[in-house]
Write a protein that binds this ligand. Structure first.
Ligand code: M6R
Length: 606
């Protein structure tokens, strides 16, 4: 949430700051701003809305600074408007911030008593004034340390100071921050994605670190003020370009990329000649794991729910799932033989990262399942299994969900085999079936034309339900989440068998209901639940898989059939029409599909 960029160079930085901000918009997009420093003057430009608006405003001005900071905001304190947009500048100091300062009200009172006047409703502005105050009587590093010591909460900061016209200061606690190294210029960024277009050489700040970035030198200090050296890491794909190609939105592109991304991931983990799984060098023995706790948020949490089913079916291990924001504050019984798995596309989700840090503090075994391999969760986990699906730009997670499920399914097969609960023949035949998955996903894409027509009813409804049993229940939850997120209509995901315990009362004439009834062991039961909602007037969209027997039912509104495959793999296929349903419903409404309202791609505040 919120994106930060800083550039110090020997040439004007405005163009590169604007293009980096465009890349960072996936982190927040309600307002944007920049500050540059030139001729002993901090020049600040801010606006409500998107970076293109900021760009237009900047193009009418002459902005010469060769050092500057920029920000895209996802509002926490104060409505999204020009005044609350970052940077927050005084005459001497300009600050961009990602995170939340929890004691800002107290600090504001203290500063107001000392004569500081606040312009915005944000928590960030206290940092500007605190630093100005400490700079009066302290040298630079000491003033920064004193400022940071006063702050409770989380932050990644980029700071310009008028009297130090050749440096950008960065500081991190709880929110990610990276430094990039260029030729005659250096960078500060809230993640490496924004820096990739300019450099593939980066260092990451750890909690408590401060950095002082000059165009030809970067100094790092730890929380004790001791100068430290940082490893420079090489990012893999400097020139990777994220284009929509022939698609109108990233989300649509990402849905249709899934045959390739799933294939790429299978190729990473499966020896396709020997039909074996290549997961080596884990720092612990998987044979000894007695219980597993899977932790994530949102869509990643739904992938955890799927994994619980698979691991329980393929092993005797006790498995629980935890929503990260709950786990981090509850009492947990940490046990030595427990394995903690953290699932996150971005690898930066604040709650998931905090849950990981808590497990590390308690010396637990930690495994990260992430997409962004340079992320905080990836760097902090004992071991990482990347999902290899490439950058996901659409705020609504699609290909990363399939990637997370895939890696967790592969992991479930491996642990089942190592713990001797899955016989070698079964293990190999499951891998053989898995190898066919990319092709089945590709074929299932043909359902889009039908889904597109059906989507209008969901877009026009005031609410809908998504029902499934067993492996289809987490997918029902995911389908409902996608529709809420993109189409701004209420949608509820529910275990089909729970309907008569309350939610059935919601069903009324014409209400669209999705029934996920693949031909697995729950098929008959789910069809009975379908009859119950049809009897109460629901317009049912049945999603199942192709099979010998024709599915016919009186009063069934619509039917979508995905390809046929093993029961364990059906969740991958029935997810596809649900992704398309949310996409097309949002299209009908004319909503911004890649940047739904109020949301951000990377949730780095709790
Ligand atoms: O980056 P993460 O996977 O940790 O993100 C977790 C959730 O914020 C994310 O899955 C969110 O629910 C998606 N926008 C859903 O499409």
């Amino acid at each position: 949430m919120c994106g930060i960029i800083g550039i110090t160079s020997n040439k004007p930085v405005i163009t590169n700051i604007i293009s980096s901000l465009k890349k960072l918009e996936y982190r927040g997009y309600d307002s944007a701003g920049i500050a540059t420093l030139a001729k002993n003057f901090i020049d600040e430009v801010k606006c409500e809305g998107r970076v293109t608006k900021l760009e237009k405003i900047c193009s009418k001005k002459s902005i010469e600074g060769i050092i500057g900071i920029g920000h895209v905001r996802w509002a926490t304190h104060g409505v999204p408007n020009e005044v609350n947009a970052h940077p927050h500048s005084s005459e001497n100091v300009s600050v961009v911030h990602n995170g939340i300062i929890e004691n800002s009200t107290l600090l504001k009172k203290y500063l107001e008593k000392r004569g500081y006047i606040f312009k915005s409703q944000t928590d960030t502005e206290v940092i500007t004034h605190l630093l100005s105050e400490f700079l009066k009587k302290n040298k630079l590093v000491a003033a920064i340390q004193k400022t940071l010591a006063k702050l409770h909460g989380s932050y990644a900061l980029g700071i310009l100071i008028k009297n130090h016209p050749d440096i950008i200061i960065g500081a991190r606690r709880g929110s990610p921050l990276a430094v990039g190294y260029g030729h005659n210029e250096n960078y500060l960024g809230s993640d490496s994605y924004a820096l990739k277009a300019m450099t593939n050489r980066v260092s990451y700040l750890e909690d408590g670190d401060i950095c002082i970035v000059k165009k030809d030198q970067v100094d790092f200090y730890n929380s004790n003020g001791k100068k430290i050296n940082k490893k420079i890491l090489e990012l893999s794909d400097k020139n990777e370009e994220y284009q929509k190609g022939d698609f109108q939105t990233f989300m649509q592109k990402e849905i249709f990329e899934q045959p390739q991304t799933v294939k790429a991931c299978i190729n990473e983990y499966v020896d396709t000649l020997r039909d074996e799984i290549n997961i080596y060098n884990l720092p612990w023995n998987l044979k000894e794991v007695k219980s597993i706790c899977l932790i994530g948020c949102g869509t990643a949490y739904h992938a955890c729910m799927m994994a619980k089913n698979w691991i329980e079916n393929l092993t005797d291990i006790d498995v629980v799932t935890e929503i990260a924001s709950e786990f981090r504050y509850k009492k947990n019984n940490f046990k030595k033989d427990n394995l903690y798995i953290f699932v996150s596309q971005s690898g930066e989700t604040a709650d998931t990262f905090a849950a990981l840090e808590l497990c590390k503090k308690n010396k637990m075994k930690t495994l990260g399942v992430v997409n962004v391999v340079e992320s905080s969760i990836a760097r902090s986990s004992n071991f990482v299994l990347p999902i290899h699906c490439g950058s996901e730009i659409g705020v609504a997670s699609t290909k990363a969900f399939l990637g997370q499920m895939l890696v967790l399914y592969i992991f479930a097969l491996q642990i089942g085999f190592l713990q001797k609960k899955l016989k070698k023949n079964d293990y190999k035949s499951k891998i053989k079936l898995l190898k066919k998955l990319p092709e089945l996903i590709k074929k299932t894409m043909s359902v889009e034309a039908d889904v597109q027509i059906i989507a209008k009813t969901f877009a026009d409804s005031k609410g809908s339900m998504f029902l499934g049993r067993g492996l289809s229940y987490p997918i029902a939850m995911e389908g409902a989440l996608k529709l809420k997120e993109l189409c701004y209509v209420h949608a509820e995901g529910y275990p089909a068998g729970e309907m008569k315990h309350g939610p059935l009362a919601l069903i009324e004439d014409g209400m669209p209901v999705v029934i996920l009834a693949p031909r697995d062991k729950h098929y008959d039961k789910t069809l009975s639940n379908m009859q119950e909602v049809i009897a109460r007037g629901a317009k049912v969209l049945l999603i199942s898989n192709k099979g010998k027997e024709e599915i016919s039912s009186d009063n069934l509104w619509k039917k979508i059939l995905v390809e046929n495959c093993s029961d364990e793999l059906l969740p991958f296929l029935i997810t596809l029409p649900l992704q398309m349903l949310a996409l097309h419903a949002a299209k009908y409404k004319g909503y911004d599909i890649d940047k739904p309202r109020n949301l951000a791609k990377s949730v780095t505040v709790e």
